[in-house]
Design a protein around this ligand. Sequence first.
Ligand SMILES: [Zn+2]
Length: 118
Amino acid sequence: MKKQCPECGDTYNGRADKKFCSDSCRSAHHNKLNSDATNFIRKINNILRKNRRILAELNPDGKKKMHKDRLLTKGFDFKYFSSIYTTKDNRVYHFVYDQGYTELDNDWFLLVENKKGS
Ligand SMILES: [Zn+2]
């Protein structure tokens, strides 16, 4: 059965369950998939680290009111955070590790810090 290797493009004879022309093409292909996953994780980790740094810089004393525009200007990305905490009175805090925020009115946010880290 003539097949085409998805890694190098060569045609080869192989059984139906054989997907690559050689072991080296098979491992090259899997390494590539792995590094895509690694890059994706790295990209998100970088965004989270940046978000945390921005919050920490803007909130050196552990509690501060901040306008959304200031956060956006710094490059803060609201899509990425590490946890959500909802208080008994239904106030929602988003945390990026130890740095958190909750939305107030009119695009203002209250920045907070979780000093216990939990
Ligand atoms: Zn190949």
